[in-house]
Design a protein around this ligand. Structure first.
Ligand SMILES: NC(=O)c1ccc[n+]([C@@H]2O[C@H](COP(=O)([O-])OP(=O)(O)OC[C@H]3O[C@@H](n4cnc5c(N)ncnc54)[C@H](O)[C@@H]3O)[C@@H](O)[C@H]2O)c1
Length: 265
C-alpha cells in the first residue's frame, strides 16, 4: 500500500494503530477532528471534520486504503451521531469511490447486536438488534459498506469490535475482549489479504468465553493469540458479579442497553 488513511487517529484505537501499524504502508496519513500534536515521525497529519464533505474529499485523495476509526464512539445526542457517524460515513465512502480506494477497515461495533442475550451464539449473518443510536449508526455504516461493495466493488471489513483495551475489566469483557495486539494483527490481515469481500468480522480475541463465531472469515488467516481467560481469576476476585438480570449480565451490549436516548443540552 502506498498511503493508508487513519481516521479518528487522535482516539484510543487511533493511538494504538499509529504505533502498531508502522510499515504497513509507505505513508500513513493521520486525521481527526481534533489536532494531533504528537504524530509519529514521517506520518502526515490532516485535521478534518468527517461531516465536512469537501474536506473529506480532499482528505481521501491519494490514499489506497482507509482504517476508519473516526466518529462518535459512545451513546450521544443524535446531532453528534448524525454528524460524525451518518454524514461522516456518507462522505467517506463517496470520497473513496471518487478516488478509487479499494479497501476499508470499518470500525463497527458489538452494539449493532446489543440486544441479543449473552446466552446466544451469533454467526456473521445474525439480524441486527442495535441497542441505541450509536449502535444504529454502526448498522447504517455496515449498510453503506455493503452497498458500496455490491455497486462499486469497494471491499470493507465490517469489524464489530467488542472491547479493545489493554485488559478486560469486568465480567462481560471476558467474552467481548479484543487484545490490542490481536486488533493490530487483524488490521494487517485485512489490508494484506488477496481477497476480502465485505464480511462481518467479530473483533474479539481467542477468549474461552464467547458469543460470536468467526468461522466464516477463516479464509483471512487471522488467528488471534490472546485469551481473556488469563484475567478471569483477577476479575472474579476484584470485580463484583452483576445480578443475573442486570443489563451488564443479560445483554451482549451490556450497559449500553440501559442508556437513555440522550438530548443536547
Ligand atoms: N475501543 C473499543 O473497544 C471499541 C469498541 C467498539 C467499536 N469501536 C469503534 O472503534 C472506533 C475507535 O474507537 P476508540 O475507542 O478509539 O474511540 P475514541 O472516541 O477514542 O476515538 C474516536 C475519534 O474520532 C474522532 N471524531 C469524532 N467525531 C469526529 C468527526 N466528526 N470527524 C472526525 N473525527 C471525529 C474523535 O475526536 C476521536 O479522536 C470508533 O469508531 C468506535 O465506535 C471501538
Amino acid at each position: 500500500m502506498k498511503r493508508l488513511l487513519i481516521t479518528g487517529a487522535a482516539g484510543g484505537l487511533g493511538k494504538v494503530s499509529r504505533k502498531g501499524l508502522q510499515g504497513l504502508a509507505e505513508t500513513i496519513r493521520l486525521s481527526d477532528v481534533v489536532p494531533i500534536a504528537d504524530a509519529e515521525a514521517g506520518m502526515e497529519v490532516v485535521t478534518c471534520d468527517l461531516a465536512d464533505e469537501a474536506a473529506v474529499m480532499a482528505l481521501v485523495e491519494g490514499c489506497d486504503g482507509i482504517l476508519h476509526l473516526g466518529g462518535v464512539a459512545t451513546e450521544q445526542p443524535f446531532p453528534a451521531i448524525l454528524r460524525g457517524n451518518l454524514i461522516g460515513v456518507h462522505n467517506l465512502y463517496e470520497a473513496a469511490r471518487a478516488h478509487g480506494v479499494g479497501r476499508i477497515f470499518l470500525a463497527s461495533s458489538n452494539h449493532v447486536i446489543g440486544y441479543y442475550e449473552q446466552t446466544e451464539h451469533l454467526s456473521g449473518n445474525a439480524p441486527h438488534k442495535p441497542d441505541g443510536w450509536y449502535g444504529i449508526s454502526k448498522s447504517y455504516a455496515e449498510a453503506v459498506a455493503l452497498m458500496y461493495w455490491h455497486k462499486f466493488g469497494i471491499e470493507t471489513a465490517m469489524v464489530r469490535i467488542g472491547s479493545c483495551f489493554p485488559e478486560p475489566v469486568d465480567h462481560r469483557m471476558l467474552a467481548s475482549w479484543l487484545a490490542p495486539e490481536d486488533y493490530l494483527a487483524l488490521v494487517r490481515r485485512v489490508f494484506k489479504a488477496p481477497r476480502l469481500g465485505c464480511p462481518v468480522i467479530w473483533g474479539m480475541s481467542d477468549n474461552d468465553a464467547r458469543w460470536w463465531d468467526n468461522a466464516h472469515v477463516d479464509y483471512l488467516g487471522w488467528r488471534p493469540k490472546r485469551n481473556s481467560a488469563e484475567f478471569a481469576e483477577k476479575i472474579a476476585a476484584t470485580v463484583p458479579r452483576p445480578d443475573k438480570d442486570a443489563p451488564a449480565a443479560r445483554w451482549q451490549g451490556g450497559n449500553f442497553t440501559a442508556e437513555p436516548v440522550k438530548k443536547e443540552k
